[in-house]
Design a binder for this molecule. Structure first.
Ligand code: 13P
Ligand code: SF4
Length: 360
C-alpha cells in the first residue's frame, strides 16, 4: 500500500453528535401471512408502475421479492444507478434513508417510497450538515468528497460523492490532479483510502456501528481455527480487521469474491444480510460471520444493521397501498446534491469528471 502524505491529519468534528442506536428487531411473519402480503405487493407494483430496489443487508424475503418482480438487489452505488435508469415512475427503496434520498435526488420527477422513514445510518447521523459545512469552510483549499451514507444537505455541500465500491479509484483520480481532500464521514474507510492511495485526506470522525464492532484479535483466532478460509472485509471496518483481509471491498465486490475465489470457506466481516446473496452465487461454500464479540466488545448491532432490519414486507405493502413514507426533498437542495452524485455516476461509468470544465 502507498503511504499517505504526512500532511494528512485527523480531526474530530466540532460537535460530537448524539444519537440512539435502536435494538435490531427483524420482522417475523407466519408463512401464510407472508405469502398473502407478497401477492398484494406484486399486484400493487404493477398498478403503481413501481419497481422494488433493495440493499443486500435487508431481509432476504424483500431481496427475493425485488428480484422476482423485475427489481434489483445491490450495493448503494448500483441501487442509485438502477433507479435512475429504470423507466418505472415509482421507486420503492428498501434500505436506509440516504438510499431513498439519493434515488429522489437523481430522479426528482419520480415518486420514491420506503418501507419506513425511520431507517437511519450512524454515518449519516454522525455528520450533521451545519457542523460539516463549518468544517469545510475552515479548509477552503480542500476538495470535499463525501460518502454516499450522508444526508442530502451534506451531499449538497460536497464536490463529489463516493461509495465504498468507487472511493479508491475516485481518490486516486483526484490525487493525480494534485487535489487535497476532505473525506467524510467514515474515519475507518477514510483511513483505508488514505493508505490505499497515498492521498492527502482530512477525515471526519464518523463510524458505522455495525462494522466498527468487528474485532481484529478475535478474527485472528478464528482464522487459526479455519486455515482454509479466505477473509472478506468491508472497508468500514477497523484497520486491525482490514489488515487481516484477503479481499477488501464494497458489498458487491465481496459477493463477487465469494463466487470467484476457489476456497471452501469464507469469513465475512460485514452485515450478515449479505449471506443471502453470497449463498445464492456460491451455494457450496461455507460462510462464517467474523467475530463482533470478545475482549472489549459492546456489540450494539452484532453484525446486523438495526436500521436495515426495520425494512419489512408490511412496510413495503403499506407504502405501495397508501403512498406512505414518501421521500421529499426541497427542490433547490436536491439540485445542489444532484451534481456530486451525478459526477460519481459518470466517473464510475468510465467517463472521468463531467464537470471538469465547470459547465454543469
Ligand atoms: P455498499 O455501498 O458497499 O453497499 O455499502 C453500504 C453500506 O451502508 C455499508 O454499510
Ligand atoms: Fe449505515 Fe453501517 Fe447500517 Fe451501513 S451498516 S447503513 S453504514 S449503520
Amino acid at each position: 500500500m502507498n503511504q499517505p502524505d504526512p500532511a494528512r491529519v485527523q480531526m474530530r468534528p466540532p460537535v460530537a453528535p448524539r444519537f440512539e442506536v435502536p435494538p435490531t428487531v427483524c420482522e417475523s411473519l407466519a408463512p401464510a401471512e407472508r405469502a398473502s402480503i407478497e401477492t398484494q405487493i406484486r399486484a400493487l407494483l404493477v398498478r403503481e408502475d413501481a419497481v422494488l430496489v433493495a440493499h443486500y443487508y435487508v431481509d432476504e424475503t424483500i431481496q427475493a421479492l425485488a428480484e422476482a418482480t423485475g427489481g434489483h438487489v445491490s450495493d448503494s452505488l448500483d441501487m442509485a444507478r438502477f433507479g435512475h435508469e429504470h423507466p418505472a415512475t415509482t421507486l420503492v427503496v428498501a434500505g436506509v434513508r440516504f438510499m431513498g434520498e439519493t434515488a429522489k435526488i437523481l430522479n426528482p420527477e419520480k415518486r420514491v417510497l420506503m418501507p419506513t422513514l425511520e431507517a437511519e445510518c450512524s454515518l449519516d447521523l454522525g455528520c450533521p450538515a451545519d457542523a460539516f459545512s463549518a468544517f469545510c469552510d475552515a479548509h477552503p483549499e480542500r476538495t470535499v468528497v463525501v460518502y454516499a451514507n450522508t444526508s442530502a444537505a451534506v451531499k449538497a455541500r460536497a464536490d463529489w460523492v463516493a461509495t465504498s465500491g468507487s472511493a479508491v479509484a475516485l481518490v486516486n483520480f483526484l490525487k493525480d490532479r494534485s487535489e487535497r481532500l476532505i473525506w467524510a464521514p467514515d474515519r475507518y474507510l477514510g483511513d483505508y483510502i488514505a493508505h490505499a492511495t497515498g492521498a492527502d485526506l482530512l477525515l471526519w470522525n464518523g463510524s458505522c456501528v455495525v462494522h466498527e464492532e468487528f474485532k481484529g484479535r478475535e478474527l485472528h483466532d478464528l482464522m487459526r481455527q479455519h486455515p482454509q478460509a479466505k477473509v472478506l472485509v468491508h472497508p468500514e471496518s477497523p484497520a486491525a480487521v482490514i489488515a487481516l483481509a484477503d479481499v477488501v471491498g464494497s458489498t458487491s465486490q465481496l459477493i463477487q469474491a465469494v463466487a470467484a475465489i476457489d476456497a471452501p470457506e469464507f469469513i465475512v466481516a460485514t452485515d450478515r444480510g449479505i449471506f443471502h446473496k453470497m449463498q445464492q452465487v456460491a451455494p457450496g461454500k461455507r460462510l462464517i460471520e467474523a467475530p463482533t464479540a470478545g475482549r472489549g466488545a459492546t456489540c450494539r448491532s452484532c453484525a446486523h444493521c438495526p436500521w436495515m432490519a426495520m425494512n419489512g414486507l408490511r412496510g413495503v405493502l403499506q407504502a405501495l397501498e397508501t403512498g406512505a413514507n414518501e421521500i421529499r426533498i426541497d427542490p433547490d437542495l436536491g439540485r445542489r446534491a444532484y451534481r456530486p452524485i451525478k459526477r460519481l455516476l459518470e466517473f464510475s461509468a468510465g467517463r472521468g469528471d463531467p464537470f471538469l470544465a465547470g459547465d454543469a
